[in-house]
Structure formats: structure tokens, C-alpha cells
Design a protein around this ligand. Structure first.
Ligand SMILES: Nc1nc2c(ncn2[C@@H]2O[C@H](COP(=O)(O)OP(=O)(O)OP(=O)(O)O)[C@@H](O)[C@H]2O)c(=O)[nH]1
Ligand SMILES: [Mg+2]
Length: 245
């Protein structure tokens, strides 16, 4: 299968080089599949794109999309459309560019794709999953109970409902609302919308435990606005579900 690893970046020059080295190393140990790395960079002023361009000389499977900064959701949508319609990928992996996702976990997600699952979520909230010890109590609280809130309100079977580490089979992903006028959030909360739609479509879903790492460099782009956006997305989806039934 052709699997596109989509990596959005904004000012990740400190981590993107070592991340790509580590990814190439890990992906090389999964010879069964053909991996393409697709970096979607928001014209980062810190030179992230230059690091990626230089690595293209050493590896043939790297592609760079450079776009204005329009939010994490829009970056992923543009990467997904490129992967599905230009690269003809069979599966797409959402993977952050700040090294908070461990490349060593990818093989466990891919193994479940091989086992027939359509949607595999790298999960912090199933046994074996972890969040960084260093996080403040309120960040831990918000992450854990935010996921629980989403699960209860939207009747989802999943435990980690804000994970950004996911493998989706294109057979399902191609039917997602991958358009800026259809997605309910252009920011981090796009994840909740796409998760809801994948499950609604009947994608066979599996959560695989991951160890979510602390940032080693750069800074978070997540703001308090993401909390409000998440509440908005959950409310709209709930309202739609009530209205339709
Ligand atoms: N292309 C693009 N990438 C973005 C944008 N916003 C964030 N990113 C990247 O998306 C990835 C995830 O963003 P983060 O800010 O780390 O979000 P997070 O991991 O949910 O939050 P933290 O746990 O606080 O780090 C990182 O690689 C960012 O550089 C954007 O608007 N455009
Ligand atoms: Mg992060």
C-alpha cells in the first residue's frame, strides 16, 4: 500500500530534521508498504522549509507543500487532498512535526491497517497510552476530561478524541468533508469533526496505545481559542445528530 505521512509545520526548524531522520529509519523497517512523507509548511519564518528541502537531496520520498498559515485543520485538509488525489495514496497518516508523536509507534498503527482496520487512532487514553508527566495539572485535566466530554456528548466509542496521530484508509477518508467551507474548524478542532465523520461512515476503528512525548523544541501553536472551537464543533455535531433523527 502507498501510505502518505502528512506532517504540518509552523516554525519547527528545531525538530523537523531529526524527526525526518527518525521517520525514514522507522519507515525503512516496514518494507511491506511504500511511504511518502508530505510536509505541509505554513511558510515558517524560522527556515523549516529549508531543512526539508535539504533533506530531499538524501531521500527521494519527501515532498513539501508551502502555503500561507491558515490553521492546523486547513493544513491537514490540504495535505490530505494532495495525498489522496495527487499521490493516489491508499492510506494517510496524520503526524505532528514537533516530535510529540513517536515514530516508533507507527508500526503498531500500520499493523492494525494490515489486520483490516480502516481507522487507527494513536491513543493516550487506552491501557498502555501516556501523556507527558511534565504537563501541568490543568493541561492533563483538560486533555483527559475533554476527550471524555466529547465521547459522552457525541456517543463515540473512542477514548482519545483529540489525538492528532491517526491512520485512515483512503476508501473512507476520501468521503470526508475535506474542504475549507465544509470543515467545522480550521484550527485544532478539525480533528473532532473528522473523527466523528469517520465513525459515522462505519470505518472499522481501533485505538492503539501511544506515548505522547513532551515538546523538545519550538513552541505550541495551540491557544485558548482551540477550546472554544472544540466546544463549537461538538455542539454543531450534536445539534445535527438531533435534528436528523
Ligand atoms: N502548516 C501548518 N502547521 C501548523 C499550524 N498550526 C500548527 N501547526 C503544526 O501542527 C503540529 C501540531 O501543532 P501543535 O501546536 O504542536 O499542537 P498540539 O500538539 O496539539 O499542542 P501542544 O501539545 O501544545 O504542542 C505542529 O507540527 C505545528 O508546527 C498551521 O496553521 N499550519
Ligand atoms: Mg504539539
Amino acid at each position: 500500500m502507498k501510505i502518505a505521512v502528512i506532517i504540518p509545520t509552523y516554525n519547527e526548524a528545531e525538530s523537523i530534521g531529526s524527526l525526518i531522520y527518525s521517520l525514514e529509519n522507522e519507515l525503512g523497517m516496514i518494507p511491506k508498504h511504500d511511504f511518502q512523507i508530505l510536509v505541509v509548511d505554513a511558510n515558517s519564518p524560522d527556515g523549516t522549509a529549508k531543512v526539508v528541502e535539504d533533506l530531499k537531496n538524501s531521500y527521494k520520498n519527501i515532498e513539501l507543500l508551502a502555503e500561507p498559515r491558515r490553521g492546523l485543520g486547513i493544513a491537514y485538509i490540504s495535505g490530505m487532498n494532495h495525498a489522496i488525489f495527487k499521490l493516489n495514496a491508499d492510506a494517510i497518516l496524520e503526524f505532528d512535526g514537533d516530535f510529540q508523536h513517536d515514530p516508533q509507534d507507527i508500526k503498531h498503527l500500520v499493523a492494525e491497517l494490515d489486520n483490516g482496520y480502516d481507522y487507527i487512532i494513536g491513543s493516550r487514553y487506552v491501557p498502555g497510552g501516556e501523556i507527558p508527566q511534565e504537563w501541568s495539572w490543568h493541561k492533563k485535566f483538560l486533555s483527559k476530561y475533554g476527550s471524555l466530554f466529547i465521547r459522552k456528548v457525541l456517543n463515540l466509542p473512542t477514548r482519545d478524541n483529540t489525538s492528532g496521530f491517526k491512520l485512515s484508509r483512503v476508501k473512507f477518508a476520501q468521503n470526508l468533508p475535506l474542504h475549507e467551507d465544509k470543515i467545522l474548524s480550521r484550527l485544532h478542532a478539525y480533528k473532532i469533526h473528522l473523527l466523528y465523520e469517520m465513525i459515522k461512515m462505519g470505518a472499522k476503528t481501533k485505538e492503539v496505545p501511544i506515548k505522547f512525548l513532551e515538546r523538545s523544541g519550538g513552541s505550541s501553536k495551540s491557544t485558548v481559542l482551540d477550546i472554544f472551537e472544540s466546544l463549537k464543533v461538538v455542539s454543531v455535531l450534536k445539534f445535527r445528530s438531533l435534528f436528523k433523527s
